[in-house]
Structure formats: C-alpha cells, structure tokens
Ligand binder design. Sequence first.
Ligand code: ADE
Length: 372
Amino acid sequence: MDMYDTGHLYDRLQVLEREEMPLGRRERLSFMERPLLAWYSSRARSLPWRDDPEPYRVWISEIMLQQTRVEAVKPYFERFMEAFPTVSHLAQAEDDYLMKMWEGLGYYNRARNLKAAARMIMSEYGGCLPASFDELIRLPGIGSYTAGAIASIAYGIPLPAVDGNVLRVISRVLGDREDIKKASVKAGIEAELKDVMPRDEASHYNQGLIEIGALVCIPGGEPRCSQCPLASICLTRKNGWWKEIPYKSPDKARKIEERTVFIIEYQDKVAIRKRPPKGLLASLYELPNIEGKASGEAVPQVLGLDREQVESVEQLPEAKHVFSHVEWHMTGYRVVLSKEENPLSCFMVSREDLEQTYALPNAFNAYTKLIG
Ligand code: ADE
C-alpha cells in the first residue's frame, strides 16, 4: 500500500480499464475521496483562516483569496481583522478607511460588496452569516464558489466550492477538454462534485482540492504529479495532456488607453483627487491624470497654469497597468509648483496623510513610489 492508500485503487482502475470498461466520470471522481482526505490531513498548510474557521473569517479570506496568492493575503487578512473584527464593525466601516484597508488588493468593488453584505447580515441575520447556500448566495459579492466555501468550511455543509483551482484539478482528473470559462462547465462540475463528495468531511474535501490546485496541480507550469494524491486516478497524468488541459478559450483583447499622470508638488504636499463614484476605480483617490500622451512643453497648459506658476517639469518613466478589460499605458511628469494651486480639481495633501489616509490604487504604483 502506498502512502495515500491509492495502491488498491490503482489496481482497480487498471483492471477496469484493461477490461475495456472505461470509468465513467462519476466513478473516477468518487475514487478521489480517500487519497484526497489523507493527503489533506498530512499536507494542508496552517493558515490563519483555516486554524480558526469562523464564518466571518472564512468569508473575508475567501474574498481576498479570489484575487491574490495566499502568502500575499496573510498580512492583509490580519490587518483587516484588527480593523473590522466583526460583521458589525464592517457594516459600520467608514468608506475611505475601508478602501485604505483594502489598498493594494485591487478589485475594490469586492470591498464595497463586503460592506453592503455586512449591512444585510446585520439587518437580516442578526450579525451572523447564514448557514445556508441559498441565503449566502443572495449576499452582494457572493457567488457559487464563495457560498460553497463558507457553507462547507465554516458550517460543514456538503456542497462543493469550485474556483479556478478546482476546475483545473477536476478537468485534469477527468481529461475533460471543455472550456472551463463556460458557466455550464463549472455548473456541471459543481453538480458532479456535490454528488460524490463526503457528507461529513466537506470542509477538508473542498480545501484539499483547492490546496492541490495551489500546490501540486499548479497554474501556468508543469504539474507536480509525483506529489499528487490523485495521480493514479488522473487521466491527464496518464496521457501526458497537462499542456492542453484545462482548456480555456482566449480572453478578449483589452482596450488600450494612453494616459498622462502627474505628480504635482508644492513644498511638502502632493496633489490628489477623488475619482467619480461610478466606473473604473470608483471613489478611490488618484494622482491627477488626463487621457492621451501629453508632451513636456504642453504640461503647464494642460494643467491650466501659467508658466510662472510652474517651477519645473520633469519627465518620469513610462509605466503600464493591466486591469481586467483595459490597459493603461502611462507617461508621467513631476511638476513642482511655485505657489499652491489646485489644478485639475485636485487638493493638496501632506505625504504623511497620503500614506496613512488616502487609498491610491496599484495602477499608480509606478508613480506613487516616486513621490519623495
Ligand atoms: N484559495 C482560495 N481559497 C483558499 C483556501 N481556503 N485556502 C487556501 N487557498 C485558497
């Protein structure tokens, strides 16, 4: 018997396949349970939200983990829990402070949805996340993955939690070449996992699949099949298909926008402004910027300033930021003013306030790091 007790399973698979009784998808998936749970109990990483899977903590961690790797999430998670220790604190969060606590994680609508959901949890559920998939999925920002993750990890409800990691693992195990971007493919895998998953080990089963996707059956590289508890069950491993599976249809080309970004300084202050309440990076603060690529000579005029109001203009390096549907290709200028002005509807803040109070999205990182 090998380490994960897969030897006899492998024998059975071999017999079935040799006898030309190809395994059905359901049977292949049902072989996963034992090796997966054995592997998870010995290999799972100790993580702050895992070691204390209280519903609020599971929820916040899952939302953060949708956009960022585990190691990067850890410090954000701890800081967020200190700032907003309960659903009630989050429901009452001041918006700018909430954004500041989310600064750097990106996808700021997720933070806004967290607060909206926290308010609903206060008004409809007395501050406790509902222990029901159907009620969880009605909350803002919670889709089938997050509802399944909270239901299973925090409440032990036997429902799947299928994210990109799990889609990769399952499509590989099954040798399934369907497009994992299709909602119907995800819904199909959710239904199949719901059918085969254990009734009393939902948390470890789901987290085991997620963990294999993160550590073993990794995205964007050769899977570490020698470490995988599902290797003997996996059709992709058997046939060497890992470069082809999972199949993902190509993304639509992103729109490219040229922008010119300004670091406008006067003494120890820098100009920022608040973005509009709708659209990209809604209600966040930003360095002033305009559409298009301005030349150095045009800078005073673009800012609506006379030459004598501008002490110096310095060209800064170009930079690029990729959003999901748009790319910003940026040029920048450092503009030192000779007296305090508020061009482009900005206001001036001290460097200290900029650091401590105002959330500036990562899109501006190439320039914010140049603010002295
Ligand atoms: N990624 C998404 N959810 C996760 C979890 N619960 N543990 C580790 N990585 C994850």
